[in-house]
Design a protein around this ligand. Structure first.
Ligand code: PLP
Length: 436
């Protein structure tokens, strides 16, 4: 965990003097695990190199977008070509139409889509649209799901269903979160109770279908089915936040997996980000024409963006989506990801360490727990000190996983069987050290 002062320390000191915490997004600061964050100098394929020249196998993939690995030739070429034609015009471009078509082709619940620049913006706009389209104020979200840092979503549960949420961030007035109800994930009875109490005032239910912001917790099929039924019954919209899962767990997103098990299943609104930008700032939200046409300039719900549908970002997203739409892509990615989680499980078992894991497509999660958690309180039962030991043990061995136990992991198409084997071997050494 300790290492000699190197270029990462020097940069971190400089950064801390100028940028709060030295980072532009909190999780990067290594606060949960301790130590100095690695300043990344460059990346290629499945690897990243830090400022001190150390190489890592990358399981963060920019928190999801880098599904092809870093610097895929087709994506690089598309981005370079687009850059030569201009960075931004503030006027419509052909590529925005191409990207809209490409996304909608794979996600049948969306008839129309609006492009924005971040997942936060997409989630916030989807909620405004849901409220505008229903004329209702209240929203339901679930404990442990993250939908970006919009004010009304930075909420934790109140005490019981009679009290709405409390802000989890300073600077968010209670009045802004008083219409946000926070429920436990995968709790059907609580959701039913909430609709019984507030059904006529609920604009939408927003949820991650596989919650990657509590590592990896699937919405159970009965929970998803009941959420859909209750929304339909009460005239509320079901908003599925696929910023992380969209084009990551399957070509049609997690919703395509639920549609296989729940006949006719579709969300009303879908929120996308991460993979659809291929590493550039690009996100989107979409749904049926009748709802989407409520947006400005056609309808009364205002939404806008100077850099929305940016020409370089759309080129990057489009090239990425065209690669991952090729036959066999997700089968190979899922197999590689399963090889990783199976390998890690084997290494943990050999060392007598509690371990469980799950994955879908190129997204995975593991817990130092005997069985998979179903909600956030269960996720938090993980031994944090042990996780930190694992994190630093892996990092020292050239394997870079998320520096927090409540974050999902990502495998890209660039990860080789050798990378997986090296990762499993490294984890095996760390697990064995646990018992000493
Ligand atoms: C990452 C994420 C967001 C926020 O996206 P940003 O681009 O970071 O603003 C929203 N929802 C989910 C499910 C995410 O994983």
């Amino acid at each position: 965990m300790t290492h000699n002062t190197d270029r990462n320390d020097t940069l971190f000191d400089r950064a801390k003097a100028l940028i709060p915490g030295g980072v532009n997004s909190p999780v990067r600061a290594f606060r949960a695990v301790g130590g100095t964050p690695r300043f990344i100098a460059r990346a290629h394929g499945a690897y990243m190199w830090d400022a001190a020249g150390r190489q890592y196998i990358d399981y963060i993939g920019s928190w999801g977008p880098m599904i092809l690995g870093h610097g895929h030739p087709a994506v690089l070429e598309a981005v370079q070509k687009a850059a030569l034609d201009g960075f931004s015009f503030g006027a419509p471009t052909e590529r925005e139409v191409d990207l809209a078509e490409e996304i909608i082709r794979h996600v049948p619940s969306m008839e129309m889509i609006r492009l924005v620049s971040s997942g936060t913006e997409a989630g916030m706009s989807a909620i405004r649209l849901a409220r505008g389209a229903t004329g209702r104020a209240k929203i339901i979200k679930f404990n442990g799901c993250y939908h970006g840092h919009a004010d009304s979503l930075l909420v934790k549960a109140g005490s019981g269903l009679a009290t709405f949420g409390h802000a989890t961030s300073a600077g968010v007035p209670e009045v802004v979160v008083q219409d946000t109800l926070v429920l436990e994930y995968n709790d059907v009875a609580q959701l039913e109770e909430a609709f019984a109490l507030y059904g006529r005032d609920v604009a939408c239910v927003i949820m991650e279908p596989i919650a990657g912001n509590m590592n990896f917790v699937r919405a159970s099929v009965p929970f998803m089915r009941r959420a859909r039924e209750l929304c339909t019954q009460h005239g509320a919209l079901l908003v599925i936040d696929e910023v992380m899962t969209g084009f990551r767990v399957a070509l049609g997103g997690a919703q395509s997996l639920y549609a296989r098990q729940i006949p006719g299943f579709q969300p009303d609104l879908t929120v996308l980000g991460k993979v659809i930008g291929g590493g550039m700032p690009l996100a989107a939200f979409g749904g049926p024409r009748a709802i989407m046409e409520r947006l400005a300039p056609l309808g009364p719900v205002y939404q806008a963006g100077t850099l929305s549908g940016n020409p370089v970002a759309t080129a990057c997203g489009l090239a990425t989506l065209r690669e991952i739409a090729k036959p066999g892509f997700y089968e190979a990615l899922a197999k590689r990801t399963q090889d990783l989680t199976n390998g890690l499980a084997g290494a943990a078992k050999a060392a007598g360490v509690d371990f469980c894991a799950d994955s879908q497509g190129g997204m995975f999660g593991f817990f130092l727990l005997p069985q998979l958690p179903q909600n956030y309180p269960e996720v938090l039962k993980t031994d944090g000190a042990r996780f930190n030991q694992l994190f630093h043990g892996l990092l020292d061995r050239g394997v870079y996983i998320a520096p927090a136990l409540y974050e999902a992991g990502f495998v890209s198409a660039a990860h080789s069987a050798e990378d997986i084997a090296a990762t499993v071997a490294a984890a095996g050494e760390v697990f064995k050290a646990f018992s000493k």
